[in-house]
Design a protein around this ligand. Structure first.
Ligand SMILES: [Fe+2]
Length: 186
């Protein structure tokens, strides 16, 4: 196994022993910033292959005790997510290569639908930057900020994330929620 991946797993094993989502994600964020910022994580070629249908999601490591999973996402030019949550799990997302645009949202029930409002301007996230998300304030949109190259991101979740809610705009300006099942690509 790649030395940086071995180091990453050791650090994540230590971080998830922290007592709260707050302290776990603080540690994981610092770990990702150091390892990804140093450009030390080298991934096998299969993690770099984009998919024409949408961003690729590939499992990098699953903790045998299921306390966390580490997933690599590969973003082609123009690819991004809708507004989404993280299935009730804490999560830390960092940029391995390229550049991403990240926008945080506030989501509230509004009658039979949802009000979805950005909480600030879109942020540019470069290599080594990482953000942590703790439900229920974990709504965001990610997109590849590179117009003509792939970007790679690392996502550490507090368990096995197999589904999340996505929010789609309706004609009246409010949003509808639906469940998206998530799978791993080869
Ligand atoms: Fe996310």
């Amino acid at each position: 196994m790649d030395a940086a991946l071995t180091e990453l797993i050791g650090r994540l094993d230590a971080a998830v022993a922290e007592p709260t989502s707050e302290t776990i994600t603080s540690r994981v964020k610092a770990d990702l910033e150091q390892i990804l910022g140093g450009g030390r994580l080298h991934l096998p070629a299969r993690f770099r292959a984009p998919r024409s249908e949408g961003y690729a999601r590939r499992l990098l490591y699953q903790d045998p005790a299921n306390r966390y999973t580490a997933v690599v996402m590969t973003w082609g030019p123009g690819q991004g997510t809708p507004v989404h949550d993280h299935g009730g799990l804490w999560c830390v997302e960092g940029v391995i290569e390229g550049a991403m645009q990240v926008t945080q949202y506030d989501v509230r029930a509004d009658g039979d639908a949802f009000a979805v409002v950005p909480t600030g301007e879109p942020l540019a996230a470069g290599v080594g930057s990482a953000g942590r998300l703790i439900p229920p304030t974990d709504y965001h949109v990610l997109g590849n900020a590179q117009p003509d190259a792939i970007s790679l991101t690392l996502h550490v979740y507090g368990g096995d994330l197999n589904g999340c809610r996505i929010f789609s705009p309706r004609s009246d300006g409010r949003f509808t929620a639906s469940v998206r099942s998530l799978c791993y690509h080869e």
